[in-house]
Design a protein around this ligand. Structure first.
Ligand SMILES: C[S@@+](CC[C@H](N)C(=O)[O-])C[C@H]1O[C@@H](n2cnc3c(N)ncnc32)[C@H](O)[C@@H]1O
Length: 219
């Protein structure tokens, strides 16, 4: 009898574990977006960022690297253009997004239209460093996620780190004491996209206020 109870218990735990694990690891950005969208490793940093840009009344948001797939890939890419574009629309702000790939911009444009946030999102086709250099006016929130950081290619990784470093140098004059800078793909081997940017900003008095897969910095 005891053996039957034990087997039944093991079976229940076995079959219940997967859905419970799924439920616990599902990380949504509700109420900004419906619960079905899982932002996984970016959820906590996105959530904190959204809270802080709200508290700081951000109006000008800038991102490098557009979310070409809209909300189709929230788990793996982050869907940043929709997340920050939606937030911008709800808060009378504007998101300026730049990408060097015109096809990515056109794909993103369709996704932005689907989400009815075209008025709040300005899409630009350009090299991000050139775009940031000519950007006029203050930037309240900056999201860096352009030049891909490859898995097993030290030269490619360094090129990605250096590109993001050039981005921060280009836009630094437009940042102010209340600006926030979020960098994607930092929790990667070799320090990820943010390695050089973070060191540079920390040397200038910025603080890491979130450190995980993404890093969020503020003065
Ligand atoms: C990782 S994806 C961006 C993902 C997006 N932020 C999201 O949440 O889905 C990186 C993008 O950076 C763009 N990119 C690469 N080099 C660039 C450069 N020099 N200037 C601007 N964009 C660049 C690529 O075309 C690509 O679309």
């Amino acid at each position: 009898m005891n053996l039957i109870v034990l087997i039944a218990f093991v079976l229940i735990v076995f079959f219940a574990a997967k859905p419970v694990y799924r439920l616990l690891s599902h990380k949504s950005l509700y109420p900004l977006l419906p619960k079905e969208y899982n932002f996984k490793k970016r959820r906590n940093s996105f959530k904190l960022t959204l809270k802080l840009i709200e508290e700081r009344h951000a109006k000008v948001l800038v991102e490098t690297g557009v979310a070409r797939k809209g909300l189709q890939n929230t788990k793996y890419d982050g869907a940043s253009t929709i997340v920050f574009g939606l937030w911008a629309k709800h808060h009378q702000a504007v998101l300026h997004s730049v990408d060097i790939d015109s096809a990515a911009i056109e794909e993103a444009r369709k996704e932005v239209e689907k989400c009815d946030i075209s008025d709040a999102v300005k899409l630009n086709t350009s090299d991000s460093v050139a775009f940031l250099k000519q950007f006029s006016g203050q930037v309240d929130f900056l999201y860096l996620d352009s030049y891909d950081y490859p898995k097993r290619d030290p030269e490619g990784q360094q090129a990605s780190r250096e590109h993001h470093f050039k981005e921060i140098i280009a836009i630094e004059p437009n940042l102010h004491d209340n600006s926030l800078v979020l960098i994607d793909d930092c929790g990667r081997q070799g320090g990820g996209k943010g390695l050089l940017v973070i060191k540079y900003l920390k040397d200038r008095g910025w603080k890491e206020i979130y450190k995980g897969y993404q890093v969020l910095l503020s003065k």
